[in-house]
Design a protein around this ligand. Sequence first.
Ligand SMILES: C[C@@H](N)C(=O)N[C@H](C)C(=O)O
Ligand SMILES: [Zn+2]
Length: 266
Amino acid sequence: ACQKPPPSPAPSPPPSLSPSPPRPSTPPVTPSGPRAPAGFVDLAAVDASIRTDIRYATAHNFVGRPITGYPEPLCLLTRQAAEALHRVQTAALAQGRSLKVYDCYRPQRAVDDFVAWAKLPGEQQMKGEFYPDEPKDRLFADGYIGAPTAHSRGSTLDLTLVSVPAPDQPAYVPGQRLVPCTAPAGRRFPDNSVDMGTGFDCFDPRANTADSRVTRAARDNRELLKRLMTAQGFENYPREWWHYRYTAEPYPGTYFDFPVARSSLR
Ligand SMILES: C[C@@H](N)C(=O)N[C@H](C)C(=O)O
Ligand SMILES: [Zn+2]
């Protein structure tokens, strides 16, 4: 249907002699928070076959609640690291395994949350699983958590291998009975990871990549992950079997603070 043309604008009133009131300035732009530089991507857009289990967006982590800066369970990385990881995944799939990521880019505000939590003498509800034999006030000093951390530079991640097809993994229910991450695979939290000798974020010397106390099968699995990752330019942190840095990282000196959210990407 035809629409009536809008009425023509009313003639302007004669200019007033009194000084005009100050014109409202352009409305302030509401800051939408920091955003990622153009080179950051959602790993799922580069390789949808890599599994995700983003623990800091959930309560199943060493703090016991979602961490500041993780509104969405995403793996954000620099494009270079994500594409290298896609090459690792191709090699892993050829061996009947898939990658599963636990943490990727980590905003500085998340690190600040860890630091503030570590200063509190209480809040140890997850000790029984994640740091059964490590005093809470030693977690940073003993190198299990970094501040600052390479994760904030966008090319470092925590990951494991799972079989293909991956077994189901039961949901973690807050308050459930915790089992030390150092217990044998059949007793600790039933992560669908292949047996790596400890659980993820197990702050204990048994999580050192070369620790000789874990079973031969677990050592083989750690070594397979290390071979696959090293072949594509990643370097392992010897204290944690799950932690890898892409050595050709594009932002070796920049610690980002945008949230882990789709809206952070350009
Ligand atoms: C906290 C753990 N997932 C980790 O990434 N540790 C290293 C040391 C880090 O925080 O950089
Ligand atoms: Zn890590």
